[in-house]
Design a protein around this ligand. Structure first.
Ligand SMILES: [Zn+2]
Length: 40
């Protein structure tokens, strides 16, 4: 059974944490921004 890692921001699915991490970093910019809306 292969583990799947789903992106919390969109519906993308990845086969490894690393891929998911890279995805979040480059696509979503990271920063732990899920709800926190800082206006700067
Ligand atoms: Zn995503």
């Amino acid at each position: 059974m292969a583990e799947e890692y789903s992106c919390p921001y969109c519906e993308s699915i990845f086969e490894s944490k690393d891929d998911l991490s890279k995805h979040i970093d480059r696509i979503h910019g990271d920063s732990g921004v899920l709800e926190g809306s800082k206006s700067s």
